[in-house]
Design a protein around this ligand. Structure first.
Ligand SMILES: *[C@@H]1O[C@H](CO)[C@@H](O)[C@H](O)[C@H]1NC(C)=O
Ligand SMILES: *[C@@H]1O[C@H](CO)[C@@H](O)[C@H](O)[C@H]1NC(C)=O
Ligand SMILES: *[C@@H]1O[C@H](CO)[C@@H](O)[C@H](O)[C@H]1NC(C)=O
Ligand SMILES: *[C@@H]1O[C@H](CO)[C@@H](O)[C@H](O)[C@H]1NC(C)=O
Ligand SMILES: *[C@@H]1O[C@H](CO)[C@@H](O)[C@H](O)[C@H]1NC(C)=O
Ligand SMILES: *[C@@H]1O[C@H](CO)[C@@H](O)[C@H](O)[C@H]1NC(C)=O
Ligand SMILES: *[C@@H]1O[C@H](CO)[C@@H](O)[C@H](O)[C@H]1NC(C)=O
Ligand SMILES: *[C@@H]1O[C@H](CO)[C@@H](O)[C@H](O)[C@H]1NC(C)=O
Ligand SMILES: *[C@@H]1O[C@H](CO)[C@@H](O)[C@H](O)[C@H]1NC(C)=O
Ligand SMILES: *[C@@H]1O[C@H](CO)[C@@H](O)[C@H](O)[C@H]1NC(C)=O
Length: 824
């Protein structure tokens, strides 16, 4: 029992301790070499020392392990009863631990373990170079090792004086051993002679072999790498704007050495350096030309021992310098637009131009001078002296053009002429243009090449911007048929114009609207219910402001849903702003909604409720008249009715509309005046107190492109009704949702005998349209007074053909001046 425990303890200890040193007494691995070439064969054997391990019984079994993997027993043999050997045909691990175990009753016991490393002999070192630092006198040699030998490899640098054929003198070697892993070594000043020939070579060595580099034959002084020179001063050459002059100072320690220099430079905005040829004279002042005027450059200088003996120094510190200005060259691109004009041409002009490129302006801040060209005077009349890129001026009589100069501190550009007569007779426009998205922030414009065009001008601006506001423009050269417009806002409509520019003429512009990206509209238009009748609802809306459309409106869809949740819809052309829903049920409730679409999506408006009426307004009118006549007949006061009919006839008879047969667009609203209520006060000697329906004004906004005068054919009998929307006020009456607003009629004849004036005020009360079944005002054209309370009934109706209303027709009591009277 104790022994068992002891063995186990021993085993644990053995397993914990690496190397199996303690087990060597019992068993030992013998191996030819611990370092071998990778892929070469390897054999090892493990012998059991029974004399030291009396406890090990005769038939001990040996087990092998490479790192943590047991090697299958078929791969090794029991040489004798006291040992085992193993053979690897091609050992391919760079480093591994080989272990030998005894199998015993209690388990495995580690006997021995060896580390094996595999690699290659060192390859021949290459690229041996040496550099001399004259400041500290150190000769630093460096080299490259080839492929990694994978095992520990050391290097030795040797330097030896040689004869003139570079054969080393025996016995004068000096050795330098680099730090492990390093591939350079420093030979100190007393190991070499500055001006004598030496051979230098590297020997690399490891357990598998060694290799020598080839000899490097050198004179240390010819290997010098100097410290860079400094630029003491740099200045433009004012008389020659493309030249600079640079004052150089050698580094202190190499100052006794004759040196050549090399200059490199770059524009501050560029990263690529331009190297000049080495300057083969050891002058303190370098001059270099070939630069652009008025350009800021970086300069750096490096040096080398004369005749290029040695190495270039590092580049020295950086100096920046602005070269001198020279007079502007190049031609400014110009364009102009007329701000004010008379029939014979523009009277106020905005001249625009593009900044010259820096290398043409030759100045960081050029001035532009604009003068007006008069036939007599070519140089006077300067209208602008500016650094801006445009100039607006009045054009005096007789002036036909302008000139433009670019100035800087040194001089001015040639004069550019601008002709304002070249648009009097517009030239041919381009035959087509196509504008389409390039990216979300740019538009591509393509047009048909015009044979004679010398250039093209593109103008563009947001379509929602005021025409007077600034616009963008660019020119494209002859032969181009495509341009990219940058800085475009997505979801905004842009208008693009393309002008071909001919020799002495500018072509008429062609204009296209485009989006770089479209989206769904920001919101749908607000739907207004103009009127609701028995079976129809009259809707109107205003188009959405251009900035909110986010795309071309392709169509509107009107949805209407009845109380059974049945939805019908109509899709309308985007040019429409009114719609009549027909075939509605009387006395029913509907919800109505508008949806507005672009190619990229649609948006729904809010939901409106409408209630259809029981009767059409004409039916109500007729009913009232019939009731009135009946009532009048009944009480024998025919006189009363007739008197009133005459009123009605005079004021309203001929203009009874037929809503079933008309569209809202044809209805000419009541003009800007109070409803006329001319009646004989003798007949109504009582105070007029009834409510009067006043419907909301329908705000007419013209779409920006339409003419401000609209001609509305009203009926066959009447001249087309023309109105100027800016000056005339229209007062149509509109039911809002399911309530109408009421106003009180106040007459000046409240106490007197005749109503000298009438006016209406909007009352704050609203009343549900259908809740009151009494013949109170229910429709927008109808003003009603209860006759049975001595109030009068009056129709305010519009001009419309009556032929569709036979009953009314029959009641018509005046025709062509002839009076049919109930009196007779
Ligand atoms: C192994 O046994 C052989 C003969 O049986 C003997 O000659 C040899 O010395 C033994 N080796 C060891 C290491 O005990
Ligand atoms: C190494 O040799 C073993 C046995 O010959 C083989 O199974 C293994 O794939 C080899 N590994 C490599 C990396 O060549
Ligand atoms: C370099 O390595 C070889 C073989 O490993 C060894 O014999 C020699 O002493 C080493 N030389 C130096 C300088 O370490
Ligand atoms: C390397 O050079 C030394 C000295 O010249 C020489 O003794 C040695 O044999 C050379 N070794 C090889 C591998 O050429
Ligand atoms: C030369 O040595 C000095 C001192 O160590 C050092 O400052 C300088 O950078 C070195 N010059 C070159 C070219 O390496
Ligand atoms: C333009 O204005 C600048 C700055 O005021 C002035 O120095 C320059 O002389 C003017 N040039 C002309 C031609 O008027
Ligand atoms: C004209 O110049 C002014 C001042 O630089 C500038 O604000 C404006 O945008 C310019 N107008 C055009 C159309 O370039
Ligand atoms: C919309 O109406 C306008 C004017 O009537 C017409 O030119 C256009 O082609 C119509 N658009 C569609 C999509 O029907
Ligand atoms: C309405 O516009 C949308 C989006 O462009 C389109 O998909 C749809 O077909 C149009 N509907 C009709 C009836 O034209
Ligand atoms: C707009 O409303 C209609 C009818 O209610 C519905 O079919 C449609 O999906 C809605 N569209 C959006 C974009 O909400």
């Amino acid at each position: 029992m104790w022994r068992k425990w002891g063995t186990m303890l021993g085993q644990i200890l053995l397993l914990l301790m690496s190397g199996g040193v303690t087990a060597k007494t019992c068993g030992v691995i013998s191996i030819d070499s611990h370092t071998i070439q990778l892929g070469s064969p390897l054999s090892a054997s493990c012998a059991v020392g029974k004399q030291f391990c009396p406890d090990v019984n005769q038939d001990v079994q040996v087990i092998w392990k490479l790192d943590r993997v047991f090697i299958p027993s078929k791969d090794y043999s029991d040489v004798q009863q006291n040992g085992s050997s193993i053979y690897f045909r091609s050992f391919n691990k760079t480093s591994a631990a080989l272990s030998c175990y005894f199998k015993m009753d209690q388990g495995l016991q580690l006997m021995d373990r060896v580390e094996i490393n595999a690699g290659y002999p060192p390859p021949k070192p290459t690229n041996l170079t040496c550099q001399l630092n004259v400041t500290d006198g150190r000769l630093v040699c460096s080299w490259q090792l080839g492929s990694d030998p994978l095992i520990k490899t050391n290097a030795t640098l040797s330097i030896a004086r040689t004869n003139e054929y570079c054969e080393p003198f025996v016995g004068e070697n000096y050795h330098c051993v680099p730090q492990p892993g390093e591939t350079s070594c420093t030979i100190t000043r007393h190991q070499y002679h500055l001006y004598k020939k030496h051979a230098v070579w590297i020997t690399v060595q490891n357990e598998l072999g060694s290799a020598n580099s080839s000899y490097l034959c050198l004179t240390p002084m010819n290997q010098v790498k100097l410290d860079p020179p400094v630029i003491k001063e740099a200045a433009p050459v004012l008389s020659r704007p493309q030249c600079v002059r640079i004052l150089v100072k050698k580094s202190e320690t190499g100052s006794y050495i004759d040196q050549w220099y090399q200059l490199r430079y770059r524009k501050v905005e560029e990263s690529q350096w331009t190297e000049t040829h080495p300057m083969t004279e050891d002058y303190e002042v370098l001059e270099y030309c070939n630069l652009f005027p008025t350009t800021r450059y970086h300069f750096q200088i490096r040096c080398i021992r004369r005749y290029l003996e040695g190495y270039w120094s590092e580049w020295g510190s950086d100096t920046t310098l602005l070269t001198a200005e020279s007079a502007p060259t190049g031609k400014v691109k110009t364009w102009w637009r007329s701000l004010e004009a008379k029939s014979d041409g523009p009277t106020k002009i905005q001249l625009l131009w593009k900044a010259l490129k820096k290398e043409e302006a030759n100045s960081e801040n050029p001035w532009y001078i604009v003068g007006i060209r008069l036939d007599t005077d070519w140089n006077g009349n300067v209208v602008c002296n500016t650094t801006a890129l445009n100039c607006s001026f009045h054009l005096p009589n007789g002036a036909t053009g302008a000139f433009l100069w670019v100035y800087n501190t040194v001089g001015h550009s040639p004069r550019m002429e601008i002709d304002f007569t070249n648009r009097r007779i517009p030239g041919k426009p381009v035959s087509w243009i196509h504008v389409f998205p390039n990216t979300d922030h740019s538009l591509a414009v393509k047009w048909k090449l015009q044979a004679m065009a010398k250039s093209y001008v593109l103008e563009w601006r947001k379509s929602s911007q005021h025409p007077e506001s600034d616009f963008n423009w660019k020119t494209e050269t002859e032969g181009s048929s495509m341009s990219i417009l940058q800085d475009i806002e997505p979801f905004q409509q842009y208008t693009v114009w393309v002008y071909p520019v001919y020799e002495n003429q500018v072509g008429s512009p062609v204009q296209v609207n485009a989006y770089s990206r479209q989206g769904a509209p920001e919101f749908a238009p607000k739907l207004t219910v103009l009127d609701v009748a028995k079976s129809a609802a009259y809707l109107s809306w205003e188009s959405i402001p251009l900035e909110k459309r986010h795309g071309f409106i392709t169509n509107y869809t009107i949805f209407w849903t009845d109380s059974n949740r049945q939805t019908l819809s109509a899709t309308l052309n985007s040019s429409l702003t009114r719609f009549v829903i027909k075939n509605l049920q009387p006395l029913a409730m509907y919800t109505v909604q508008i949806s507005c679409s672009t190619a990229e999506g649609s948006v729904n408006g809010s939901v409106l409720m409408i209630n259809t009426t029981l009767l059409d307004e004409m039916e109500i009118h007729i009913l009232i008249l019939v009731l009135c006549l009946l009532f009048a007949t009944l009480i024998g006061s025919l006189f009363f009715c007739l008197g009133k009919q005459e009123r009605v006839k005079n004021t309203f008879w001929p203009i009874v509309p037929d809503p079933a047969n008309s569209s809202m667009g044809k209805w000419s609203p009541v003009l800007n005046e109070s409803p006329k209520m001319s009646f004989n006060i003798k007949e109504i000697n009582q105070m007029i107190t009834s409510d009067l329906t006043i419907l909301e004004r329908w705000p007419e906004k013209k779409p920006p492109t339409t003419d401000s005068t609209k001609c509305t054919p009203v009926s066959m009998k009447h001249k087309p009704h023309c109105r100027n929307e800016d000056t005339e006020e229209h007062r149509p009456y509109i039911n809002v949702a399911d309530t109408v607003q009421y106003a009180k009629v106040i007459t000046g004849g409240y106490l007197g005998q005749s109503p000298t004036s009438t006016s209406h005020l909007r009352s704050n009360s609203t009343q549900p349209l259908l809740s009151d079944t009494s013949p109170s005002p229910q429709t927008y054209e109808n003003m009603w007074f209860h006759s049975n309370t001595q109030e009068d009934s009056i129709f305010l109706v519009e001009d419309e053909n009556l032929s569709n209303f036979p009953l009314l027709q029959a009641l018509k009591i005046q025709e062509d001046g002839e009076i049919f009277s109930f009196y007779d």
